[in-house]
Design a protein around this ligand. Sequence first.
Ligand code: REL
Ligand code: ZN
Length: 413
Amino acid sequence: MVRDGSSLASMVETVVDSATVTDMHTHLFAPELGSLLLCGADELLTFHYLIAESFRVHQMPYEQFWALGKREQSELVWRSLFEHNSPLSEAASGVVTVAKQLGCDTGDLTFNGLREALSSVATPEYIAKVLDLAGVSDIVMTNDPFDAEESLLWAEMTNHDARFHGSLRLDQLMNHYEAIIPSLQAQGYEVDAGLSGQSLAEIRRFLENWIDRTKAVYVAFSVADDFTYPHAGTRGRILEQVVLPVCKDRKLPLSLMIGARRQVNPALRTAGDSVASVSIKPVEALCRLNPDNKFLVTLLSRENQHDIVVTARKFNNLMLFGCWWFVNTDTLVEEITRMRLELLGPTFIPQHSDARVLEQLVYKWDRARAVVKRVLIDKYAALANAGWEPSHADIQRDVDKLFNRNFWEFVKR
Ligand code: REL
Ligand code: ZN
């Protein structure tokens, strides 16, 4: 029976809206990691995306802004982006979506109203409510073994909320090795700057200890446009002789987040990072020369998106994920998701939230679902016109793959 277009669309909408999601890259933390799990209006408004946007409006000198308390900063962001302008940007309009879903009257939204509606304490009930609104069942954290506060908390913790999964983030090790030598040595690892003697074996011991401690589901690092592979320098040796072998032995994917040029404006602090287009040749070489390793890859520049989709056609040990940070906007997510679907079918991970504040899950997943619905409705309608009628079960299977199974099956492969 040939279904009409509107019943196909409503079937896709119902399936996508009711799908529970694995959020495979966030900066959220299990509640047992205490104050690291951020929530509430002040955290939401001082998200670094909004801080960067607010400087374009309030023009306050950087140091003066950073000297303000969190409450004053969030009020200034509010005035700049919600009173002196309409919240039209992706990040600012996200706050409106959060406010609405958490029960505010968005027709008359005020700074104080938002502060009252959102809890600044991550109680178990509040976490459950937000996850339920966002339709998220599983969250992957970003765990930095070189963050002093975080590593202390891990040392004291025996078990944590099973909805939150660990991932080991190695930016410091891979990008600033010399700077973290004292920290490695203080933790009892015999390493030196030249990677001589036991250094590589000791870094391996460090990595394995932290994989065990965090029960990491993958290992990750981000790089700018200076990433090359193979590479004879410090990063290349640690990658070749430690990270790739450990990932292979533990059957863990290595997640590469490529194209973040850090601190182009240091005065903006956490908001000061930018973007670079890169060569995708190092990714091709990694996939080709390490066929027994698995790579999760996301790229930050729009210009790189087509190339990397083609790379994924060539290597099935490469799983593309998410529309990261500056490409996480309505227009670009749609463009990228269409391109991926057209070249790869449903064999990629369309989105991650990158949430830093609990409530962001609500708007990030609302947006992601809206785009996936638009794209899938078009694609299934074209299939139906060609005579291939997708069943409810087909749609459910595809959506579950996109939002869950592609990630977990890749991790477990
Ligand atoms: O994981 C990353 O490296 C990035 O996602 C973050 O550094 C970035 O600040 C994040 O908030 C972007 O969404
Ligand atoms: Zn991130």
